[in-house]
Design a protein around this ligand. Structure first.
Ligand code: PLP
Length: 400
């Protein structure tokens, strides 16, 4: 096969679902002449927070900046410890350091990949003031016991729901039970604005402060000053940031939000299709709904168990040779050079290390065809029947 044909034939791990409505919505913003943060961003904040069942939404430039704002408004700062899972995209662990606090790593449940009240409790120190929990890959964290633990210890509970739009916990959207919840609209998640994020909360003062901090801590927003004929003189109440979303992004987000239920339905149906075959391969364990909620399958990950004839990295190479872009599973921040010598790893993190080394994320995207999904499962079935522990194959060796 030529390189061009192979590239065209490649199955990517994720692809955003964007259509003519998005193009029209962005074109309307350009025509309106107001492209920076303005009325569309306000509309998107209202629509998104309403959809998540939370009273206040503050749009941001990313989930990472929303996490920074969440810690700022909760007054987390130097001298504080913040419990976070290591098994998460590294932004979760980085956020506490932005405010001068120390991230302390908690292990995760080996089935869901999420922290639990027990793993968080093991990571508490006398200096702990906040906990960031994650709905990893869209799997809802079991928030009830964590809420109870945080209330008992007067800790702020922040939910990093970057991957969680469309997932549910106890019959409600994820994020409802946290003090502050952060969302990502990066194209690797379901709903995308190119780049973008949101902070949602039920605390009006925290929402108001985050709104100011996002915009240089101005007491009058740029949009309000622009619409006034004689603008009031603004004042800057503290040191703020520029974490604004643009109206171009918000217009995209409004259309995408309308598509979210259909995105979730589609991904859950693709997950069921994967499982009709993969459930017959006992040494591949698929991510699944926990008893307390439903996942949007933002990441359809599979754990390669020790009985499988090849290890995780060999399986990735095997799939790549068939033109299938799978990915390593969730990273573990404490194993990265950025955290070498970090003092916030208090004990071993066995479940985290096992999952980060043994999981792969399989391709899943809205427009995925039955033929594409069939190619992925066929490749996995062949891999499961291959002789025990073959030598490492090159991903470019198409001679099999
Ligand atoms: C993607 C992701 C982030 C970062 O989101 P951005 O919008 O890219 O900043 C943070 N936390 C988790 C758990 C994520 O998956």
């Amino acid at each position: 096969m030529s390189i061009e044909a192979a590239a065209m034939d490649r199955i990517s791990v994720m692809r955003p679902w964007l259509g003519a409505e998005e193009i029209e919505a962005v074109a309307d913003v350009i025509t309106s002449g107001w492209v920076a943060q303005g009325p569309r961003t306000a509309d998107f904040e209202r629509a998104f927070s309403q959809a998540q069942g939370v009273p206040f939404g503050v749009a941001t430039s990313s989930c990472t900046t929303a996490l920074h704002l969440a810690l700022k408004v909760a007054d987390v700062g130097p001298g504080d410890d913040v419990v976070v899972p290591s098994l998460s995209f590294i932004a979760t662990a980085n956020a506490p350091t932005y405010v001068g606090a120390r991230p302390v790593f908690a292990d995760v449940d080996p089935t869901t990949g999420n922290v639990t009240a027990a793993t968080v409790e093991a990571a508490l120190t006398p200096a702990t003031t906040a906990v960031i929990v994650v709905d990893q890959g869209g799997v809802p964290v079991d928030l009830g016991p964590l809420r109870e633990l945080c209330d008992r210890r007067s800790l702020v509970l922040i939910e990093d729901a970057a991957c969680g739009a469309g997932s549910t916990y106890a019959g409600e959207p994820v994020g409802v039970g946290a003090d502050l919840t952060t969302w990502s609209f990066h194209p690797r998640k379901l709903l995308t604005t190119g780049e973008g994020g949101m902070l949602t909360t039920c605390h009006p003062e925290w929402a108001a402060r985050a709104r100011r901090l996002r915009e240089h801590a101005m007491d009058v927003s740029a949009a309000d000053r622009h619409t006034a004929v004689l603008a009031a003189k603004e004042s800057y109440t503290e040191i703020g940031f520029n974490y604004r979303m643009t109206d171009l992004q918000a217009a995209l987000g409004l259309v995408q939000l309308g598509r979210l239920p259909e995105m979730v339905r589609r991904r859950r149906s693709l997950a069921a299709d994967y499982r009709t075959v993969l459930d017959s391969l006992p040494d591949l364990r698929c991510v699944a709904d926990p008893p307390w909620g439903t996942t949007n399958f933002q990441s359809f990950w599979v754990e390669v168990l020790p009985g499988f004839p090849m290890g995780r990295d060999d399986l990735l190479a095997w799939l790549a040779a068939d033109g299938i872009s799978a990915r390593r599973g969730i990273m573990a921040a404490h194993l990265e050079p950025a955290y070498a010598g970090h003092t916030g790893t208090l004990g071993p993190l066995p479940a985290t290390e096992r999952l980060t080394r043994s999981t792969i994320i399989l391709p899943m995207f809205h427009a995925m065809t039955a033929e594409e999904l069939g190619r992925v499962v066929d490749s996995l079935v062949l891999a499961s029947r291959s002789p025990q522990r073959p030598s490492r194959r090159s991903p470019l060796d198409g001679s099999r």
